[in-house]
Ligand binder design. Sequence first.
Ligand code: ADP
Ligand code: MG
Length: 353
Amino acid sequence: MRDAITRYEAAHQAMGTEFTLVAYGDDPQYLMAVGNEVFEEIDRLEGQMSIYRPKSELSVINRTAAARSVCVEPKLFALLVNAVDHSQSTGGAFDVTAGPLMKAWGFFRGKGRIPENSEIAQVLRRVGYRHLYLKRAECTIRFDVEGLELDLGAIGKGYAVDRAVEILRHYGVTRALVSSGTSSLYALGAPPGERAWSISLRNPYDSEKAANVIYLRDCSLSTSGNYEKFFKQGDKTYAHILNPSTGKPVENMLAAIVLAPCACDADALSTAFYVMGVERSREYLATHRDLMALFYLPRSRGQGFRRVILRSDGADAIGAFFTKTAARKRRATRKQTSKVSPSRISGAWATAR
Ligand code: ADP
Ligand code: MG
C-alpha cells in the first residue's frame, strides 16, 4: 500500500517580506526538517546581502570597495557577476548600483521624497554598473567611484528562492512551491494528481482581485509592480523602481511579470522589463530564449488596464498564461489546449480562486 501524501505549509519572515513554502511528501516530520533548513539558509543569505544590516558582507563591500579591492564569498561573487551580466544585457535598465538613487528618493528607511534635478544629477555620478570591477580569478570587487552602493533588492529574493529549490531538490522533495512574498516564486514539479501549479496574479488596482491565472511546472515567476512600495505627492504616485538612465521612478507601468527557468533571472528581468517597457523588452526577447513576459499597462483614458504578453523562443515549454475569461471559456468548451491542468495553492502570492 502507498503511504498517504501529506501537504506541508510554512511561512517565514525575511528580507522584508514573507517567504512561503508548500511541499508534498510522505513524511511530515521530514518535510518540516527540510523546510527549516530552507528558512535557515534564507536567513543566512539575508545576513550576507542586506543593506539594512551594517555588518552584512554587502554593507562591508559598499563601505570599502571604493578604497580597495574586497574579497567576496564565491557564491555572492557569482551573484554579482550575474547581476552585472543582466545590467549589460538590459542596457542598464536593471542596475545593481541603484542604491544611492533609492536613498535620494527616500525609499531607504524613509517615507519618500522628491529630489531636485540637480541632486539627481549629482547622485547619478555614483550610479552605474560600469563603475564595478569584478576580478573573476580572485573573486574581488572594486568600485572606481566614491559613494557607489550595491543594492540587491531587485535580484536577491529571486536568488534566495533558487537556493531554497536547490535544498529541496537535494533532499529529494519533488513537489513544492517556494515564494519570496510577492516578488518571486518557483514551482517545483506539481501537486499530487496535477500537472502544474496554478497561480493567480493580482489585479494591479485591487489586491483582492485576480487579473490572470498561470500554470507553472519547474519554472519561476517574478513580479515588479508599482503597488509594492510607493509614495504619493499631490496627485502623483512615485513607485520604487527607478530608471537608472534618468534617475527617476518609472511611469506608465503597473506591473511587469517574467517567467524564466530560474528565479534569480526572473527577478532581475521583471525589474528590467518594468523599466524598459514593452517595445524594448520585445527586442530583448528576440535575442534570448525560454522567457515569457506579461505587462499590465495603464489605459490612456479611463479606468482599467491592458495586458501585453510576449514570448521568446522556447517559451511554450515553460508555462501558460490565461486571462481568467479565457480560462473559463476553455473549461466551458472542454477544449483544453494547455499541456497542464490547474490546481489550487494558497499563500501571499496570490489569492487562488
Ligand atoms: P520586489 O522588491 O517587489 O521584488 P523588484 O524585484 O522589482 O521588486 O525590485 C525592486 C527593488 O530593486 C527596489 O526596491 C530597489 O531596491 C531596487 N531597484 C530599483 N530600481 C532598480 C533598477 N532599475 N535596477 C536594479 N534594482 C533596482
Ligand atoms: Mg526584481
